[in-house]
Design a protein around this ligand. Structure first.
Ligand SMILES: NC(=O)c1ccc[n+]([C@@H]2O[C@H](COP(=O)([O-])OP(=O)(O)OC[C@H]3O[C@@H](n4cnc5c(N)ncnc54)[C@H](OP(=O)(O)O)[C@@H]3O)[C@@H](O)[C@H]2O)c1
Length: 362
């Protein structure tokens, strides 16, 4: 069914289903899987494009996945019936993902297929249904599943203990990468202000009045300042990782670029320190993390775009601290982070399929 080359994994690739298959994040995951070898896309679910070749939605993948077509969700039953184990990655919109994941888990259980789930939507990022409802304004679609998910940035959790993983959003990942070590090492007071500028792919594939190219090509605009849905998500995931509840002022911004998030954190140091001292503490925290590097110079977004890298840049003066954080929203903030979870869960090297640097020019 698939046309991409195997990377030479010893065992047969694990059949992998994708929800939200025609979207940007799913396209990015398919690109990554073409170079991984351990996971074989076996059902790329798109209700709107079922029957079309994947290359029709993703011309850059037409050769890599020449024999792969989108399917309707009904195809999952046959996949689970014929597989002892499988992976489901959901890149469906929030609110739609949880019921689709619940249905897939039910089908897999009935067919005796052990299913590992990575959810890239916002549906399983809160442990409590009430916390999710407070942000999204309606009851959680599958509250019974919430307790079964591990949630957070892979770097902040230990070895995976279960089969279900909720990856934080791209904004959240960009903020959590500096925030979690700063809080857990006691380096800052727990009041943090963040501005974070995102590119247009962060809004997904369907154009809207505010995401349309002429509307954002040459401008920057803040949106939902102090009211963005990711603010409580960041606070909650930081609390779970550190035990500290931070007060966060979060201002997202739309930028004119296509890929990448550039976040700037302002905080007060618990004790005055030099930038190189704080950078050294953060670098030690991420010593074992192949994707996170720390410097005393601000990162450039272009140096991480289209890669799974995140770079933190530290500046300090007295007790003032500024940390800049750059990553690619579709990679470290979504598909790449999701593949990190799968690599960990199945015992592949953390960097498998994710080691390539970005192009440097886009
Ligand atoms: N873009 C990013 O940078 C980013 C970063 C982190 C996390 N995320 C999250 O990842 C998910 C995918 O984002 P994206 O940017 O790829 O979005 P997208 O480009 O808009 O694609 C979403 C896909 O989901 C499918 N879909 C739409 N409505 C659906 C429904 N009611 N039920 C099931 N599927 C539905 C659509 O395909 P069909 O209609 O053909 O089925 C669509 O192609 C979202 O939950 C998003 O919040 C995105």
């Amino acid at each position: 069914m698939t046309g991409a080359p195997s990377a030479g994994a010893a065992a047969a690739p694990i059949p992998t289903a994708l929800l939200g298959g025609s979207g940007y994040v799913a396209g990015e995951l398919l690109r990554l899987l073409a170079g991984h070898g351990g996971f074989a896309p076996a059902a790329v679910v798109s209700e709107s494009r079922a029957g079309e070749p994947v290359g029709a939605a993703f011309p850059h993948l037409a050769q890599a996945w020449s024999e792969l077509s989108f399917t309707a969700a009904g195809a999952l039953d046959a996949l689970f019936a014929s597989s002892r184990r499988a992976v489901l990655v959901s890149a469906a919109p929030h609110g739609a993902s949880a019921p689709a994941v619940a249905a897939a888990l039910g089908l897999a259980a009935r067919r005796g297929c052990a299913l590992v789930v990575v959810d890239l939507s916002a549906d399983f990022r809160f442990a409590e249904a009430a916390a999710w409802s407070a942000v999204y304004g309606h009851p959680h679609p599958a509250p019974e599943l919430l307790a079964s998910f591990e949630r957070g940035v892979p770097e902040h959790l230990g070895a995976p203990g279960g089969d279900r993983f909720a990856h934080p959003g791209c904004f959240s990942t960009a903020v959590l990468l500096p925030l979690v070590p700063l809080l857990s090492l006691g380096l800052i007071r727990p009041e943090v202000a963040v501005t974070a500028i995102t590119g247009s792919t962060g809004s997904g594939r369907a154009p809207s009045a505010t995401t349309h190219h002429p509307e954002r090509r040459s401008t920057v605009v803040a949106y939902a300042p102090l009211a963005h849905r990711h603010e409580p998500e960041i606070v909650e995931l930081a609390r779970r990782a550190t035990g500290v509840t931070a007060e966060l002022s979060f201002v997202p911004q739309s930028g004119p670029h296509a890929r990448g998030i550039y976040a700037t954190l302002h905080a007060r140091l618990a004790r005055p320190a030099r930038a190189d001292e704080v950078a050294a503490a953060l670098a030690e925290f991420y010593d074992a993390s192949p994707f996170v590097t720390v410097a005393t110079a601000p990162p450039r977004l272009i140096d991480v775009a289209a890669s799974n890298r995140a770079v933190l840049g530290v500046a300090a003066r007295g007790d003032q601290l500024v940390v800049t954080s750059a990553l690619d929203n579709l990679m470290k903030g979504a598909a790449g982070g999701g593949l990190q979870w799968l690599n960990r869960r199945f015992g592949f090297p953390e960097t498998q399929g994710l080691a390539a640097p970005g192009p440097g020019w886009l």
